[in-house]
Design a protein around this ligand. Structure first.
Ligand code: RB5
Length: 141
């Protein structure tokens, strides 16, 4: 599994923790920045991760900003992207199982580290259920 991970300054600390977790899980990760807590603009980093996923080079993306909202708005501008903003494990699981989300968005200022890592763990281990859910996704295009 290959995952592109990006953040803005509001998600910088959590991004580093998530990358460490993913590497420990033997996931191939690209860190598309940002690389410090200096203020940056989240659309720039959402675009990088989306490009990695849209091109097929990476299977999934994870985007972290302060609330996760800006990242999810930016990512969902792309037709091929289904970005899910999740603050707990149940919606994370559903976003994969029912929505085939290919980008996970998290608010680094909203949830704690353990909840965030739980979300990531559930998200990367849940498969899309297909069937009626694929029919619904087809209606979106
Ligand atoms: C940055 O201050 C903050 O606005 C950003 O991280 C994010 O929460 C936007 O949605």
């Amino acid at each position: 599994m290959k995952i592109a991970v990006g953040c803005d300054h509001g998600g910088y600390e959590l991004k580093n923790l998530i990358i460490s977790y993913l590497v420990g899980e033997k996931v191939e990760v690209v860190d598309t920045g940002c690389y410090s807590e200096d203020s940056v603009d989240y659309p720039d980093f959402a675009n990088k991760v989306c490009q990695n996923v849209r091109s097929g080079e990476y299977d999934f993306g994870i985007l972290i900003c302060g609330t996760g909202i800006g990242m999810s708005i930016a990512a969902n501008r792309y037709r091929e992207i289904r970005a899910a903003l999740c603050h707990e494990a149940f919606t994370a699981r559903m976003s994969r199982e029912h929505n085939n989300a290919n980008i996970l968005c998290i608010g680094g200022r909203v949830i704690g580290t353990e909840v965030a890592l739980d979300i990531v763990r559930v998200w990367i281990h849940t498969q899309f259920a297909g069937g009626r859910h694929q029919r619904r996704l087809d209606l979106l295009s």
